[in-house]
Design a binder for this molecule. Structure first.
Ligand SMILES: Cc1ncc(COP(=O)(O)O)c(C=O)c1O
Length: 416
């Protein structure tokens, strides 16, 4: 689309696609197989290779991925480690709601820990003290693609026998010390909503290297059924009419035997078809995001008296979701003044998701069912003073130069 400075809106994120996505979707329409099908299989295979993981399950959103991931750990196959109502899980107040909600829905107690200002991730130094006999799980996101302190968190999980669910919805392609995010915990989740590194319109994925967890993920995703046949297939187990389970008669059709109280959160093959084309473009998307991030970093580094930028850690290779920054308290302008000015000049901005989740009506409403560790001063500061700007590959050189020019105008005006 032609860019007219000051007229064409520059969103923080968006879909970048070409004929391949459209042709793939048309192929699905023509084939007439619209539920999970061949493109879903292909995407799973490509995604497995990309992340170097054993099992991938596709779902209709990142939120569904989180829901299924958490519920999969309630299976009785996990014995004492199975999650249940009354158990506690560690999370952070600087969160996307649906990273926390599945645990709440199960009746678990979220233990909220504050975030760090230079990563916007959970403050891992505060976790150990918050762990009790009831703690079973750590479930947190790598905020805006930046890895949380995996060394510390993985160690704690080992020490206290806790599950780790890595919410990688914002972090597809990021690496921690050379290793892909999503391969450190027991389960990782991904979102393919348009704001993310790749998109299917709506979509998500759940990955694991553990076959028991994978089987449970599929059960919860697919109505709770015991059968593991692909959509449209029968008798994969070769004893479809020879099972004896629960109080059902011998030989009851395995396709309709339910071992879990499950959902149906599968996606359609249209989504997977778009995803297959998008995944091929991912390395290019990440490169462009990194270039845009670096350019904004260089720009904002000139104004360190006004802005706190995120930590630079050469051990990590980040697939940036956006460019986050915090307006310092002593700056001669507020975050809202800055975002209003940018939006007025057709430049999209976003807050850091919920800011401080604990301040939202939904979570005030369940105050009695949560535990808050210490004060959440950083979460409040992030809520009041932080924002993020777009870095996705729809932001080309012209747009980026325009963004920097408008920022410069604003800063000159405010300095007077
Ligand atoms: C960290 C995180 N987790 C989960 C989600 C939910 O993903 P979806 O919008 O696909 O449901 C998002 C959405 O952006 C997110 O940022």
């Amino acid at each position: 689309m032609k860019f007219i400075p000051g007229k064409t809106y520059i969103p923080v994120s968006g879909k970048v696609f070409d004929k391949e996505e459209i042709n793939n979707a048309i192929k699905v329409a023509r084939d007439g197989w619209w539920t999970e099908g061949e493109f879903s299989k292909l995407f799973e295979k490509d995604f497995k290779n990309y992340l170097d993981v054993k099992f991938v399950s596709l779902v209709n959103s990142g939120s569904s991925a989180n829901l299924v991931a958490l519920y999969s750990l309630t299976s009785s196959v996990f014995g004492d480690r199975a999650l249940k109502a009354g158990d506690e899980f560690i999370t952070t107040s600087v969160a996307f709601p649906t990273t926390v909600n599945p645990g709440v829905m199960l009746g678990m107690k979220p233990i909220f820990i504050d975030a760090e200002l230079d990563t916007l991730n959970i403050d891992a130094n505060k976790i150990e003290k918050a762990i009790t006999k009831k703690t079973k799980l750590i479930m947190v996101a790598h905020t805006l693609g930046r890895p949380f302190d995996l060394a510390k968190i993985v160690d704690l999980c080992k020490k206290y026998n806790l599950w780790l669910i890595e919410d990688c919805c914002d972090a597809l392609g990021s690496k921690y010390e050379g290793k892909m995010l999503g391969t450190f915990g027991d389960i990782a989740t991904y979102s393919f909503y348009p704001a993310h590194q790749i998109t299917m319109g709506e979509g998500g994925a759940i990955v694991t290297n553990n076959s028991l967890i994978h089987r449970s993920i599929r059960q919860f995703r697919d109505w709770g059924r015991d059968c593991w046949c692909d959509t449209g297939k029968d008798d994969t187990c070769r004893k479809r009419f020879q099972w004896k389970m629960g109080d059902l008669p011998f030989g009851y059709d395995h396709k309709y035997i339910y071992t879990q109280v499950g959902f149906n959160l599968k996606l359609t093959d249209f989504q997977a078809a778009i995803g297959v084309a998008q995944l091929k473009k991912l390395p290019g998307f990440i490169k462009k995001r990194q270039e845009n991030y670096r350019s904004l970093y260089t720009f904002f580094s000139q104004y360190s008296q006004y802005f706190q930028l995120m930590e630079e850690n050469s051990m990590n290779d980040i697939s940036y979701f956006g460019f986050p920054l915090i307006v310092k308290a002593k700056a001669p302008f507020t975050r809202n003044e800055l975002t209003e000015y940018l939006e007025k000049n057709k430049i999209g901005t976003r807050n850091i998701f919920s800011g401080n989740l604990l301040r939202h009506p939904a979570y005030i409403g369940i105050k009695a069912k949560i535990k808050v560790i210490g004060d959440h001063k950083n979460a409040d500061l992030i809520m009041n003073n932080a924002l993020w700007l777009g870095v996705y590959s729809g932001i080309d050189k012209k747009r980026l130069e325009y963004i920097k020019m408008i920022l410069t105008h604003f800063l000159i005006k405010k300095r007077k």
